[in-house]
Design a binder for this molecule. Sequence first.
Ligand SMILES: [Zn+2]
Length: 409
Amino acid sequence: MSSYENLISRGLEWISQFAEDPRGGLTRLAFTEPWMQTQKLIVETMKERDFESFFDEVGNVHVRLEGEVEDTIIIASHIDTVIQGGRLDGQFGVLAGLLVLEKLREKYEKPKYSIEVISMAEEEGSRFPFNFWGSKNIVGAVAREEIEELVDEEGIGFLNGLARVGFDVKKEKEIKKYYKAYCELHIEQGGVLETCEKKIGIVHTIVGQRRYEVFVRGEANHAGTTPMALRRDALDGAARMILGLKDMARTYGDPMVATVGQLDLSPGSSNVVPAKVRFSVDIRHSSEKVLEDFDEQMQFLFEKISREENLELSIVLNEGSLPVPLDASFQQELKKICEDKHIPYLSMVSGAGHDAQNFAPVIPTALLFVPSKGGISHSPMEDTDIEDLVVGAELLENFIYRWAYKGIR
Ligand SMILES: [Zn+2]
């Protein structure tokens, strides 16, 4: 049994201890009791092991192995979960970072450059409607006004929720000068690696996304007395639009994805022709150019259908984020390690957002995936074979060793 195998199995139990949800899975929403207990557990345990270990002003936990110089590589992920999340999303990356830090010190002692593991306070946005609290604060990208109005399910304000556990928005509006690089190990949360029978995903781009609301308006009418030819059925149009959208995404091919996750119709009666339909559209791709092109094609298609069906249409773009490319030389370095160690890897996009995307515009950043069984995540069913977790931790160790001890940038 490899030593990482043992350490990861025991470590996952250790880091999960305050978050077990009686309904299944782990629930550890940001700044709640189980969250605070877990962050404190990390601080205390790593202090006992002689690491410099502390909270910052926003709730992230930092564990440092000081090198000969202050220049630092960050290894990070998050410990907050969705409600009834899995045991790997986020916390595996934190655990792997802590294990690698300890292993490197044990094997090679003091590094040339410093290494810092960060257990991010909040990434999921599952308590307050705000993602990436931890990482955005580290790079100085959170304004107080953005969160002032936000409340959780119980009506507790974000600032109040923070204050209750002693945290606030970061004052400094930039990243600390000594942070020179960032690396994150995460589960894939999709089924690509498993399907391709690869053990590691080396992410080249975190996809950009656009979220729309589409409103289709026709005319409500009697389901019995209105012949088919005389209807202005908003659902007929919406259904054609949705199927057309999916066909278009398939025609574009990977990594284009288009999702309609919400659909409401009114008046919503079984004997009335629907007058109004509202549906959501979420599109993602690694190229902004392709997203723009897809956006245009989608508008064209929806307008064409609404004319043919004699309907009114409005499309509202609510949110968007640009694709984030990751550091090319880090990808090369990681590929080289995989080739040397005969690890089957895939260069891929990340269809999900990660803390890495907040660092990539500021410092060289790497994001690594290990496979997710059945592609399942955000569920108590989330799982990865222990052998695959070990491959991830060993690769992380190797990469950090080269950066911090060998000075390979
Ligand atoms: Zn995550």
